[in-house]
Design a protein around this ligand. Sequence first.
Ligand code: NAP
Length: 263
Amino acid sequence: MAHSLSPAIHNAAFASTGIDCTYGAVRVAVGEVPAAVRRMRDERWLGMSVTMPHKESVVDELDGVTDIAGRLGAVNCVYWADDRLVGDNTDGAGVVWALTSHLGLGDVRRRVAVLGAGGAARACVAALAAAGATEIVIVNRTPARAEAAALLAPGVARVGAPADVEGVDVVINATPVGMGDTASADDGAVRHVPGPGVVAMDLIYHPAETAWLAACRRNGATVANGVPMLVGQAAAAFERWTGVEAPIGAMRGAVEAELAARG
Ligand code: NAP
């Protein structure tokens, strides 16, 4: 939480839209989720973001969840709807926005490979299938988790082997391989390096370019790091909270300034 970019993103969005709100980070220990949600109700906060490890347990404290949050069993954004507290999961919307708008694909009617089967990968699978992906191949170190993720999109998603990544239109790295001390591009499923005509997206944004993403770029693929997804999920949350169109440019500028300051 200490490293969260969310305060910078959302405070920039409030400033840009002239909405008199402040976004602050609150440390919540395991077991304190009911008290945190009570505080949101009592103090009539406009909304709340939820990060690990509370994305699953917060569901029990809410009045309802959106379809996608229910299917994922994980909430990253809480908002008011008709005096009810509702949980949503906007991570997948962030990925779809990154592909369709940021990278200009227009739609996601493509064959997609998702590397990983954790929370971010599951959000990708559910949202991409809902948005019209024609095929989703999930490649993960632990096959059982890939099988569980594939159940989120029956008929569209399947478990694949690393070799299946060749031949898809979009490859998404949703593992931490390439971040910090897992810097090897040869680790896990992140082996195939796509070329021209293929989109390679790494959900990691620190470093700004992982070894794998750099190799994809050099090989001629269209590339994006995790910043567009981060901005896209925050924009979706902002719109849930405020009903106002998210100021994407200001939000993206805030992320880039914050990351540059962190070096
Ligand atoms: P997670 O739930 O812990 O899942 C991690 C996944 O990566 C698991 O499927 C795991 O495989 C796999 N994995 C971990 N280490 C690996 C290795 N050395 N080799 C191969 N596979 C490995 O994590 P998450 O929350 O989904 O996050 C995944 C990544 O997405 C992180 O880098 C995170 O920073 C990024 N992310 C970015 C955004 C954004 O807005 N840009 C949002 C959310 C997450 P097993 O199942 O075998 O353990």
